[in-house]
Design a protein around this ligand. Sequence first.
Ligand code: ADP
Ligand code: ZN
Ligand code: ZN
Length: 736
Amino acid sequence: MPKSPILRVAIPSPLHRNFDYLPPPGCDATQLMPGVRLRVPFGRTKTIGVLLEMDSQSTVEGTRLKAVLEVLDEQPALPPDIMQLARWASGYYHHPLGEVLSATLPALLRLGHALQIRGTRCWLLTETGKAVETSNLTRAPRQAALLRLLQANPDGMIAEQFAEHPGDWQGAMRALIEKGWVESKESPCLTVPDRKPNESPPSLNAAQNEAVTAVCGSLRRYQAFLLDGVTGSGKTEVYLRIIEQVLAQGLQALVLVPEIGLTPQLVTRFQRRFNVPLAVLHSGLSDRERLTAWLMARDGQAPIVIGTRSAVFTPLARPGVFIIDEEHDLSLKQQEGFRYSARDVAVMRAHQAQIPIVLGSATPSLESLHNITTGRYHLLTLPERAGSALHPAIEVLDVRHQPMQDSLSQPLLSLIKRHLAGNNQVLLFLNRRGYAPTLLCHDCGWVAECRRCDARLTLHHGSRLLQCHHCGTQRPIDKHCPKCSSADLRSLGHGTERIEQALQRHFPNTPVLRIDRDSTRRKGALQALLDNVHTGESQILIGTQMLAKGHHFPDVTLVGILDADQGLFGADFRASERMAQLIIQVAGRAGRADKPGQVIIQTHHPDHPLLHLLITQGYHSFAAAALEERRETHLPPFSNLVLLRAEAGNRELPQQFLSEARAAAEIQMMAGIELLGPVPAPMEKRAGRYRAHLLLQATRRSDLHRLLDAWIPCLEKLPLARKVRWALDVDPMEMF
Ligand code: ADP
Ligand code: ZN
Ligand code: ZN
């Protein structure tokens, strides 16, 4: 009888190794394929792992191997290409393979649910139903209300959307179905059910044509393209045309966007253009919806997959092209747990799959611009706004010595007035939500601080709470100073809530809409606000960086950036790059053909060299100068960084651990690598934990990886390794 084979299994655990098991009793192990999920005993519990390979003998000696408890899949949950990608990502980011694989699986699969598509029930009006006059239904008010709702939502509605509807809507719905006015169906996908696409595409301009031709000329082989085009230059149109050709070849397209909740307009555009199922993967989905979308992508039923960061690992039956919109965006980087850059993983995946990838942005990251210089990416430029829209004019407004009213200078207020009088909309940007960032006692100087973070509490007027934006702590606003009992507590500084109030005072007859995380928390709230903007007449919009992303507001003619100074002096070496991107992105929201835009930047530092360069010469001159600075200071992309982060409940442990770690690295040390630190993180205490880090900097990436391979096993054996929480961040995007 042949010896029972060994199953090598990846298990989600912080340990950098895989685990060996015996097949479950009675199982024909030769039938098992890598990528199937297995339920296994692990320590004192059970967990779910993924089969990596079979071996004739175990690498673990001496101990008795345990048997797998259950084989969950007949067919692999994860196809070979995703297994391969996960192995690469685990190696590159030095993160345990079990956790990487687990991150690629939808939550229900991680929990052991079956690989099965179950649809979402959705209700929509029949032709007769559409013609019903709801005002004739006075004796059935509940039915009338439902009909009105469905008439307002011709694409159909799902149960969740009726949740706010009082009473027994199911009963009323049954009555409507019996009357033949409403039909219900299982929609396996998350998008609009069958509807004829109704958008006729514009004819492409020369630059767009060139871009589409270049990418489509590279189908079925790897090439990375950077699509560099100002906001409104028609990048999305280029994506749509490329996808059209990809679909015509029977292939699938994967589109990654920074945050889908912020770009409902993008999804709508795809729905209008293509009459195919669209799998949309974003954080707002239920687990069931996510699994359905994932399976439809994997099995090829959804030709187009749109998702946020983690969708980069979505299996595709026939990958044809990857598109990363806003490739510079920070949200493409996962900042905790398995820290990866979805952009960089996508580039590697395109390489493995031998297909083209398009990275689009109006403000490309310095890394990507550098990759153009080295020839790694191919540059496609859209120099002009599509149609006949003009670039907005950007001006600096020196606010030194200016009397300010709630962060608004007199010249800006006059401009707002002028633009509103012309029946236009005005957009004001301030990257600080809440009412005021500080609550101060005027008598003793006490400041409301978070007990768990090195940070102040933000005053929120709407919720009447003091909130910490770093750990989420909140408490009622103090009425008296906890230190001296004075009642003279003052709110200092400005957040969007306060500006909203001030604007309402200055312009009592103009609606002011605030768009930030607080005002859009409720499901559908953002969409409602945006609809309002698009149908409204003259209005003022005030918001945070949520306003900078994706949306286009054609009736906005004036954009005001209330405070550019925050970004000029950040501790992070990427601060100026971020500031420049934000300014250009916000500026790009305004203007169209018949209504050219004007952009005003309030600053106390009108002579700041990078700001000056950005405004007079544009983003690319800024980027060239910033890259030169990076070269001189030997920072990415001219070097490679890895951050070893550690945190613990007391201040000393993380630093001690990192000192030991440093000593361990010095033994392995090779030329071309530098160790910096350990130092406390810029915000040392956060959510009750103290944080510190050690930075590794190397000219050659391969040296760094060699060092890490030798170093990590030593780190795991350090006495303090179990007393602190530590993690590696390869290519860190934020230094705190
Ligand atoms: P971006 O993604 O670069 O911001 P979009 O693709 O959204 O640009 O294009 C901006 C606007 O211009 C959209 O309303 C789009 O329909 C329109 N547009 C795009 N390409 C063309 C074109 N070739 N001719 C006319 N209008 C166009
Ligand atoms: Zn006081
Ligand atoms: Zn806090």
